[in-house]
Design a binder for this molecule. Structure first.
Ligand code: ASP
Ligand code: MG
Length: 394
């Protein structure tokens, strides 16, 4: 029998009313005589709340304990959904990551899935059960609970699709697919019917938290298409698949959640110190976007959410350094078209120049132009979107 994997994000399972909507979707697929495996996120903002509460107890809580804590969010959703489906007469069973056979490495808070032992899931499917797996978690070789990084339930879903050789994987959320820009910011956004894995990866790296970037890597590697859809409407969503290169610009994203951190001291910084700082940041799972050293200063980009953690850590470990933080924005223009024609870059630069945007840096990647600046106002992005996407002629 064909298997489908469905993943429901935090806003889709936020309360009992929404759980009922989700249950209906699951039941309708089950009625098509399919094996149904569901992956769930924590309800609403549960994970944020748990992180905040832990940080009130300790500024730098142990990563292992954080995983123990954060994994509970998904377990609550899984058991509630299973209770509901059973009551509606559809046999279901909830499983933790460990019970579902998800083995990861031991890197707490950003663990990678190494192996999935599917025996238990196969048994449950044979019994006719709908399986509800707590997303975002696994267990390492010491049997300690690990989590896969923020937004990691998407990766659980695609990994299960690969392991179970499922015919489809639907990622349900409160938006009906992938858009050319954030509809909350830009007026005339387009919903994309299809997008390639590479372009989706660039959008995700640009900071749009639409899909966990590791789930896109998995989909590409194992040739598993992913469909992003809405829980609350019937649209066809966006298919993320292997696509022949097209010259269109697909999306414009602005990421405001970054800070540039500078560490400065009187004397020159030795190589040994540099390695030490780098290792310290990595050990604390601080996502570094770039790391540069110039005589007596080091700069790197980090997530704004980690701003306080980084400050605290550096102040404590490196008291002879002065630490400075500066907020900035990253604009990403994504689509294979960016590297096929200089016109996109010159049009972009012309618009930024017209608005007197002070550019800090420009990077070009396979399918992306990335621009760093102190600030880029909404109207500038609106104009770029209008010119590069709505009236794209390349
Ligand atoms: N609950 C986790 C988070 O908020 C994982 C997920 O939703 O995918 O990051
Ligand atoms: Mg998500």
């Amino acid at each position: 029998m064909n298997t489908v994997v469905l993943k429901f994000g935090g806003s889709s399972v936020a309360d009992n009313i929404k759980l009922n909507i989700v249950a209906k979707k699951i039941i309708s697929l089950k009625q098509e005589a399919k094996n149904v495996v569901v992956v769930v996120s924590a309800q609403g903002k549960t994970t944020d709340k748990l992180i905040k509460e832990a940080q009130e107890l300790s500024a730098i809580p142990e990563e292992r304990e954080m995983d123990m804590l954060l994994s509970t969010g998904e377990q609550i959703t899984a058991s509630k959904l299973s209770i509901l489906l059973n009551r509606k007469g559809y046999p279901a069973i909830s499983l933790t990551g460990w019970q579902a056979g998800i083995r990861t490495n031991g890197v707490h808070r950003s663990a990678k899935i190494e192996q999935i032992y599917i025996d238990r899931m196969e048994k449950e499917l044979e019994k006719g059960n709908i399986i509800i797996v707590a997303g975002f978690q696994g267990v390492d070789e010491n049997e300690d609970i690990t989590t896969l990084g923020r937004g990691g339930s998407d990766t659980t879903a695609v990994a299960l699709q690969v392991a179970l050789k499922a015919e489809k994987c639907y990622i349900f959320s409160d938006v009906d697919g992938i858009y050319s820009a954030d509809p909350n910011m830009i007026t005339m956004t387009k919903k994309l019917d299809e997008i390639s894995f590479d372009e989706m990866q660039e959008i995700s790296d640009a900071g749009a938290k639409v899909l966990h970037n590791r789930c896109i890597q998995l989909g590409k590697r194992f040739h598993c298409d992913i469909v992003a859809k809405s829980t609350f409407s019937e649209g066809s969503g966006t298919k993320i698949c292997e696509k022949i290169e097209s010259t269109q610009i697909k999306s414009i994203t602005k990421n405001e959640k970054l800070v540039m951190i500078t560490m400065k001291k009187e004397q020159n910084i030795s190589e040994k110190e540099l390695y030490d700082i780098y290792e310290t940041l990595l050990q604390h799972n601080i996502l570094l976007e770039s790391f540069e050293k110039e005589e007596n200063r080091i700069t790197f980009r980090a997530e704004k959410a980690e701003q306080n953690k980084v400050q605290e850590l550096l102040d404590r470990k490196y008291p002879d350094y002065q630490i400075m933080q500066e907020e900035f924005v990253k604009l990403s223009i994504v689509g294979y078209g960016v590297i096929q024609d200089n016109k996109v870059l010159s049009q972009t630069i012309a618009i930024l120049k017209k608005h007197n945007i002070e550019i800090m840096d420009i990077y070009l990647t396979q399918a992306q132009i990335q621009i760093l600046a102190k600030e880029i106002k909404k109207e500038v992005i609106e104009e770029l979107h209008q010119k590069l996407i709505n009236f794209s002629t390349i």
